[in-house]
Design a protein around this ligand. Structure first.
Ligand SMILES: *Cc1c(COP(=O)(O)O)cnc(C)c1O
Length: 408
């Protein structure tokens, strides 16, 4: 695989990469937690507040119309990004977590009943575990979990055994934030549909690396966060099939989501507004469009090819470090490198790397059940984005050698 990206020029688009941390130029390897934002996203945020900040949909003055139009353009942009059939299938949320809670609360409360089964997997983020546990507790449903192998891949045979006519919902992650595993979601979706279950895909990690076509996947719901795709924090979208969203009750009540309110009865607005109560995160929604434009201009295939080069290089390089074990060695994976080192606590690794200006994430990565599966309490995780370089990976490897010298 090859790419035609000019990495030096890309780095120039991200002002934060010039930061100096503990006397060293920042090496930012915490991209699976959140990516940095290119200049055009920062300019879009400032531009909104400087020139057309206004509340949307309700005003008829110039600024309100301009803000509303930019807001709705972002919805169309996200529709295109996921190849959704209709723009009203794109619901603005506060992020992946919020979208999953919307579905568990609204679809789950209305359509699931006692004894129904919900399937998730061992490698889910807490945000795709806890909402389903809350629902199951409330409704008397049963939560089943797809096991994984030692490489960190789903056991598809076991998944098939879990599927029965009792299965009403399957909710799985597209790409694992802790392992990097890319799951075969098309197959997962088709098999769930064969028993009549609906499927939600947690796309928080996938959306920055993989081309997503919700019509081709045929998923019922897809939830993602823009802050992991070079966009702003605190916003995301939930994609849902129109018929399902229409059949679902509102999730939150308030302004914007209503058609008419009297004390006797309230009627609800149509899609997508039925699910967007209150003043949304307008500035960040507006700026999100620019993040997607940036990603598409580089080309996701180019980004993925370059990130795979970084991952292959880093994987080879850290294997030279004695006592280091990579957690997550799936055949299909994105640029996430999780590892443990014998006799050294992950937190110490994080602190000592930070002293060298290198930002990695340490801990359980909001996947405690997954850590339990590997009999560890956490890992150190370096996750790569399009602005990272081979030289930075060399610094990481040198940094890890230094950590070992200091602690042994
Ligand atoms: C980050 C992440 C989430 C949660 O996203 P928020 O933006 O915090 O809501 C969920 N699932 C996965 C796989 C993630 O990486």
């Amino acid at each position: 695989m090859s790419h035609n990206l000019n990495i030096a020029s890309i780095r120039g688009d991200f002002p934060i990469l010039n930061e100096v941390v503990n006397g060293k130029q920042l090496v930012y390897f915490d991209n699976a937690a959140t990516t940095q934002k290119p200049r055009l996203v920062l300019d879009a945020l400032a531009g909104y507040y400087e020139h057309y900040n206004a509340n949307i949909h309700r005003g008829i003055h110039h600024l309100a119309e301009k803000a509303t139009s930019a807001f709705e353009q972002s919805r169309k942009r996200l529709q295109a990004f996921l190849n959704a059939a209709h723009s009203e299938e794109i619901i603005f949320t506060y992020g992946t977590t919020d979208g999953i809670n919307l579905v568990a609360s609204s679809y789950g409360r209305k359509f699931l009943k006692e004894g129904d089964e919900v399937i998730i997997s061992t490698m889910e983020h807490h945000s795709n575990i806890v909402p389903w546990q809350m629902l199951c507790e409330e409704k008397g449903c049963i939560l089943k979990v797809i096991p994984i192998n030692d490489q960190g891949e789903l056991l598809m045979d076991e998944y098939e055994k879990l599927l029965t006519e009792k299965t009403k919902f399957v909710s799985v992650v597209h790409v694992s934030n802790a392992l990097g595993t890319i799951n075969p979601i098309k197959e997962i979706i088709a098999k769930a549909h064969a028993v009549g279950a609906k499927v939600l895909i947690d796309g928080a990690q996938a959306s920055s690396h993989i081309e997503i076509d919700v019509q081709e996947l045929d998923c019922d719901f897809y939830s993602l966060s823009l802050h992991k795709i070079y966009g702003p924090t605190g916003m995301g979208i939930l994609y849902g099939k129109r018929d399902l969203l229409n059949a679902m009750p509102p999730y939150r009540g308030g302004g914007e989501m209503i058609k008419e309110v009297t004390f006797a009865k309230t009627t609800y607005n149509e899609l997508p507004y039925k699910f967007e109560a209150g003043t949304p995160n307008i500035a960040d929604v507006v700026a999100a469009k620019f993040a997607l434009d940036y990603v598409d201009a580089l080309g996701k295939a180019n980004i993925a090819a370059y990130e795979n080069e970084l991952l292959a290089y880093a994987t080879g390089a850290v294997k030279e470090i004695e006592g280091l074990r990579i957690i997550g060695q799936a055949k299909e994976k994105v640029s996430v490198l999780s590892f443990v080192i014998d006799g050294i606590h992950h937190q110490d690794i994080g602190v000592l790397l930070d002293q060298q200006g290198i930002a990695v994430r340490t801990g359980h990565h909001c996947t405690q059940p997954l850590m339990n599966r590997f009999n560890i309490t956490g890992t150190s995780r370096a996750s790569f984005a399009v602005y990272n370089t081979i030289e930075e990976i060399d610094k990481l490897v040198q940094g890890l050698h230094k950590v070992k010298r200091m602690l042994r």
